[in-house]
Design a protein around this ligand. Structure first.
Ligand code: HEM
Length: 392
C-alpha cells in the first residue's frame, strides 16, 4: 500500500474485520493513509483533523474529562494544566518510591522460586496495580486493589464485536466505571478534607493550575478514572511484545542483561516495530487534499501507525528490529497534541518490569513445553501468552 496506493478511499481496518468502536457511524466516508509523513502531518494538525467524535463513542462508558476526545482550546487548556503532573521530573520520583518496590516485592520475589511462568499473567496485573498506587490509593488494602483490577478489566472488555456478548459486557463496563468513579471521587474528597497533599496523582491534580483554573472533584474523578483503561492493556501488551522480541534474540538478551542502559532503546524500538495500537482515526474538519486525493469535510481519516512506523523512506531496514538505530519519532504513543500524556509513566513502568525480570529470572528463555509466543492482532497487538522458564 505504501508503494502503490499510499492514500486510499475506504475503511482499510474495517475490511480486516476491526470493529468500529470510535463512535463514527458505519458508512461515513473513510480514507486510509499508510506513509510516515502523511500520518505525522495529520496527527500534528489537530485543528484540521479532529478527535471530538471519539468522545461520542466513549461517552457511554465515561462522561467528563476525556482528553482523547477533546478538541481545540478546550484540549489545549486541559493539556497545559495536566502536563506538569506527567513530566519526567515528577514521574521519576515514582520509580524508586512506588514502582520498583511494588514490582520487586509483590511480583518478582514470589515468582522467582517457581522457575517458570506465563509472563502475560504478570503483564496483566502490574500496570493496573502501579497506576492504582500512583493515583494515591492505599497500598495496604489488598481487597480494594483486587476490586480495582477487576473493574479495570470489566471496563476494557466493554466494547464487544459479537452482538450476543455486547449488551452484558456493556452493562458490566458501565457499572464498573461508575463504581470506579465513586471510589476516586471519595478519595479526592478525603485528600481535600485532610488538607495534606502528597506526591501522588490525586494530590498533584488538586494542586494543578493554569490561568487561575483549578480542577473540580468531578473533573479529577473522571480524568483519573479514564487513566485505568488508558494505562492498563496498552502497557500489558507492550511489555509482552518487548519481552517476546528480546527473548527471540538471545544475543541481544545477553547484551541488555549486561548493559541496562539499553532497556530504554529496547522499549522505543519495540514501540516502533510493533506498536500496540495499529491505527489512529481523525475526522477532517474541512475539505483537504493529501497526495492528490481529495478528502471531503466530515470524512474519517485512518492513519495506519504500523505501516508508517515501517516506512522505508524514513527508517533504514525498516522491517528489522534494531535497538541501535538512530532515534526518530514514531507513532506508537501517538504524535502531536494528543500524544500519550502517560508515556513517561509507561516507559518507566516497562523499564522497571523488564529490569525486574532480568534480575530475578536468570537464564530466562521460552518454555520448550509451549509454542513460542506470537505477536498478533489487527487492532491491538501483542502475544496472548508468554511461557518462559529460568534457572532457579
Ligand atoms: C505502553 C503503554 C501505552 C501506550 C502504547 C499508549 C498509547 C497511546 C496513544 C497512541 C495515544 C494517542 C491517542 C490519540 O492520538 O488519539 C495515547 C493517549 C493517551 N494516553 Fe497513552 N499509552 C500508554 C500508556 C499510558 C499510560 C500509562 C497512561 C496514564 C498514566 C496513558 C494515558 C493516556 C491519555 C490520558 C491519553 C490521551 C491524551 C490526549 O488525548 O491528549 N497512556 N496513549
Amino acid at each position: 500500500m505504501r508503494a502503490q496506493t499510499p492514500v486510499v478511499e475506504g475503511d482499510f481496518m474495517g475490511n480486516l474485520g476491526v470493529p468500529n468502536i470510535a463512535g463514527h457511524e458505519a458508512g461515513r466516508k473513510t480514507y486510509t493513509l499508510f506513509k510516515y509523513n502523511d500520518v505525522m502531518a495529520v496527527l500534528r494538525d489537530a485543528d484540521t483533523y479532529t478527535s471530538g467524535f471519539i468522545a461520542a463513542g466513549l461517552g457511554a462508558f465515561m462522561d467528563g474529562l476525556i482528553l482523547t476526545g477533546m478538541d481545540g482550546e478546550q484540549h489545549k487548556k486541559m493539556r497545559t494544566l495536566l502536563h506538569p503532573v506527567f513530566m519526567p521530573k515528577v514521574v521519576n520520583t515514582w520509580r524508586g518510591s512506588k514502582m520498583e518496590p511494588i514490582v520487586r516485592e509483590e511480583y518478582m520475589k514470589p515468582l522467582a522460586p517457581e522457575g517458570k511462568a506465563n509472563l502475560m499473567d504478570f503483564a496483566l496485573h502490574f500496570p493496573v496495580r502501579l497506576i492504582y498506587s500512583l493515583i494515591g490509593f492505599p497500598d495496604d488494602e489488598p481487597e480494594s486493589i483486587q476490586q480495582y483490577a477487576s473493574w479495570a478489566l470489566d471496563i476494557l472488555a466493554g466494547p464487544q464485536v459479537k452482538p450476543e456478548d455486547a449488551a452484558e459486557a456493556k452493562a458490566r463496563a458501565l457499572s464498573a466505571s461508575e463504581s470506579l468513579y465513586k471510589a476516586v471521587r471519595e478519595r479526592v474528597a478525603q485528600v481535600r478534607a485532610k488538607g495534606e497533599l502528597g506526591g501522588d496523582l490525586i494530590s498533584r491534580l488538586i494542586e494543578a493550575e493554569y490561568e487561575g483554573k483549578l480542577l473540580d472533584d468531578h473533573e479529577i474523578a473522571t480524568f483519573v478514572r479514564s487513566l485505568l483503561p488508558a494505562a492498563g492493556e496498552t502497557t500489558t501488551r507492550t511489555f509482552g511484545t518487548a519481552m517476546t522480541l528480546l527473548l527471540e534474540r538471545p544475543e541481544l538478551l545477553a547484551r541488555v542483561r549486561e548493559d541496562r542502559n539499553l532497556v530504554s532503546s529496547l522499549i522505543d524500538e519495540a514501540v516502533r516495530y510493533e506498536p500496540v495500537a495499529t491505527f489512529k482515526v481523525r475526522q477532517a474538519a474541512r475539505d483537504v487534499e493529501i497526495r492528490g486525493v481529495s478528502i471531503p469535510k466530515g470524512s474519517m481519516v485512518q492513519c495506519i501507525v504500523s505501516s508508517a512506523n515501517r516506512d522505508e523512506e524514513v527508517f533504514e531496514r525498516a522491517d528489522e528490529f534494531d535497538i541501535d538505530r538512530k532515534s526518530k519519532p514514531s507513532f506508537g504513543f501517538g504524535f502531536g497534541p494528543h500524544v500519550c500524556i502517560g508515556q513517561f509513566i509507561a516507559k518507566i513502568e516497562l523499564s522497571v518490569a523488564i529490569n525486574g525480570v532480568l534480575d530475578y529470572m536468570p537464564g530466562i528463555r521460552f518454555d520448550p513445553d509451549y509454542p513460542a509466543p506470537v505477536i498478533r492482532g489487527a487492532q491491538l497487538r501483542g502475544p496472548d501468552s508468554l511461557h518462559v522458564v529460568w534457572d532457579k
